[in-house]
Design a protein around this ligand. Structure first.
Ligand code: G6P
Length: 604
């Protein structure tokens, strides 16, 4: 939540910052602002506007001479999305500016204290207190990084903070706690940002910052220290994808592009890890204690659905009990975990606050931890005992698509690895099927046009229900979540077996019901067909997403290629994504930045 960019170097800071904010807008898009050092020791140029980044851009003086500045795109937590509450926030002199991602939990206490000392607040945010505190400390120590360190010691909560001061032009200072911040190391210029996409077109060299670290960046130097004031050497890494991957490339929306990238994303997640003969190579987990008797998966949102889907294969192939829990629920209870519990966290961003806190909770209870993550160097993998990266490439659309499919694939890989030499697990057969998934997803995408057209016919429906059984059930949950996120429609996913225990009461004449049917061989297929008849008898309009072997006579059937039933969600989810996408377009919604949402939920 909230995108943050800082720049210093010989080039115009404004264009570098705006370019970065454009790439980070997925993180929050209810207001945006910039602060620039136009002249040393003079008030900063600060422009901020409610609404999308475009509103800010239309206000900006395009020919700013500034070489140092910070920019922010906001997802409101404290105070509505107004011009006043937009970041940056400045101190009384107008020479210092701060931007923030996260929540300062003790801000009211700090605000009262600062008001007593005569500071006048102009916003309702938790951030403004930091601007005043920082200005006070700077006056005393005359060192912006040191002032930041002293202020951070007083802050409770989670934050990424960036600050500039016109008395020290050419310097950007940052700090992070439980919230992302990376350094982009350019040639004669440096960047600070919430994620690497902000500077990817200028440099592929990045530095990871650890928890509670303070960073000072000039055009030629990056210095990092911890809260104790000791100097720290940050870990350097190279970004493996290029700017093109974070652009729309001819597609009308990032989401559509990312849906179409899924065959490649799945192939990239499998590459080097699996052979046709069923050999699994996961060096990432070699050092991990694999003496476990229970697996617990923790995640949020769509990543939670990846866990629910993966559970079936993980339990069946590893012969180990698997539980899946929402990270936000797990972190606030006293679960029974032991050294023999393996905890798997799943997160595209690697920064989701509830997942991070759940991971720490699990670690404190002695569990071994693996994370499945798409963002190299992010906090969750850094704090896990081992990480399996999904190589999906940057996912920009707020609604997760390719990240989900690769997360499920990563669980299959773990399941196969844990299932080595377990009775009844035919690794060769599973491997052959897994390796054929990219082509099968491609096949679905090549024939998706009629589905897109048909979806538009449902645009005025008030509610859509999704039905599935076994692995089809969490796939149905994901179908419903996607539709809620994108089309702002009432949507629910149900287990077919539960239909008669309540949900069937929702069926009215014309209610669209999307039903997922596995292969004809599965005993579930017949049960799903009965569910379909039951809802049709009550007036539902059924759209079946059916394995191509299924014998069924319905006006609307989306056929998907045959695969192992446990793997079917990888294929069944693709039409569900397209359905939600097309519905959002038909209803005139913002597909890539749906209302009230953000891609990376770094607050609780
Ligand atoms: C937000 C996003 C979802 C995502 C969830 C978990 O809610 O909008 O698309 O599934 O966060 O994010 P993570 O980065 O942990 O996978």
């Amino acid at each position: 939540m909230c995108g943050i960019v800082g720049y210093t170097g010989p080039n115009p800071a404004l264009s570098r910052i705006i370019e970065g904010l454009r790439r980070l807008e997925y993180r929050g898009y209810d207001s945006a602002g910039v602060a620039l050092i136009e002249k040393p020791a003079s008030p900063l140029q600060v422009v901020k506007r409610a609404g999308k980044l475009a509103n800010l851009e239309s206000e900006l003086v395009k020919n700013s001479e500034a070489n140092t500045g910070i920019g922010h795109t906001r997802w409101a937590t404290h105070g509505g999305p107004t011009d006043e509450n937009a970041h940056p926030h400045i101190d009384g002199s107008g020479k210092l500016a701060v931007i923030h991602n996260g929540i300062i939990e003790n801000y009211l206490e700090l605000k009262r204290e600062l008001e007593r000392r005569g500071h006048k607040f102009t916003s309702e945010t938790d951030t403004e207190s930091v601007a005043f505190l920082l200005a006070e400390e700077f006056k005393v120590v005359n060192d912006l990084a040191e002032a930041m360190r002293l202020v951070c010691k007083r802050l409770k909560g989670s934050f990424t903070l960036l600050a500039i001061h016109s008395d020290v032009p050419g310097l950007v200072v940052g700090a992070r706690r439980n919230s992302p911040l990376v350094v982009g190391v350019g040639t004669g210029e440096n960047f600070l940002a919430s994620d690497v996409s902000a500077f990817i077109s200028h440099t592929k060299s990045a530095l990871e910052l650890g928890q509670d670290e303070i960073v000072s960046v000039t055009s030629s130097e990056v210095k990092v220290m911890n809260l104790a004031g000791e100097s720290v050497s940050p870990k350097a890494y190279e970004i493996t994808w290029d700017a093109k991957a974070a652009e729309r490339g001819g597609y009308s929306h990032f989401m559509l592009k990312e849906i179409f990238e899924q065959p490649k994303a799945i192939a990239d997640t499998l590459i080097g890890r699996i052979t046709e003969s069923g050999l699994i190579t996961l060096p990432e987990i070699e050092k991990l204690n694999l003496d476990f008797d229970r697996i617990l998966i923790l995640a949020c949102g769509t990543a939670y659905h990846a866990g629910l889907i993966g559970k079936y294969a993980l339990e069946e192939w590893s012969k180990t009990p698997v539980d899946v829990e929402l990270a936000s629920e797990f972190r606030y209870r006293n679960p029974v975990l032991s050294k023999k519990t393996l905890v798997i966290t799943i997160s595209q961003s690697g920064e989701t606050m509830d997942t991070l806190m759940a991971l720490r909770h699990a670690k404190s209870l002695g569990a071994s931890t693996i994370s499945i993550c798409n963002t190299i160097g992010s906090t969750i993998p850094r704090e896990s005992d081992a990480v399996l990266y999904t190589h999906a490439g940057p996912e920009i659309a707020v609604a997760s698509t390719k990240a989900l499919l690769t997360q499920i694939v990563a669980i299959y890989l773990l399941a196969m690895n844990f299932g080595k030499e377990k009775a009844g697990v035919d690794l060769k057969k599973i491997a052959t099927e897994l390796l054929s998934l990219p082509n099968k997803v491609e096949e679905i995408l090549e024939t998706v046009e009629p589905l897109r057209e048909m979806t538009r016919g449902y645009k005025d429906a008030t509610s859509v229900l999704f039905l599935g059984r076994q692995v089809g059930y969490p796939a149905a949950l994901e179908g419903a979540l996607k539709l809620k996120e994108l089309a702002y429609m009432h949507a629910e996913g149900f287990a077919g077996g539960e239909l008669k225990h309540g949900p069937i009461a929702l069926i009215e004449n014309g209610t669209p019901v999307i039903a997922i049917i596995p292969s004809e061989e599965s005993e579930i297929a017949a049960k799903m067909k009965s569910n379909i008849q039951e809802v049709i008898a009550r007036g539902a309009k059924v759209i079946a997403i059916a394995d191509s072997s299924v014998k069924i006579d319905l006006p609307t059937i989306i056929r998907i290629p045959t695969t192992l039933d446990l793997l079917q969600p990888i294929l069944a989810i693709v039409p569900l994504q397209v359905f939600a996408y097309e519905m959002a377009v038909a209803r005139g919604n913002d597909v890539d930045q749906p209302r009230n949402l953000a891609k990376s939920v770094t607050v609780e």
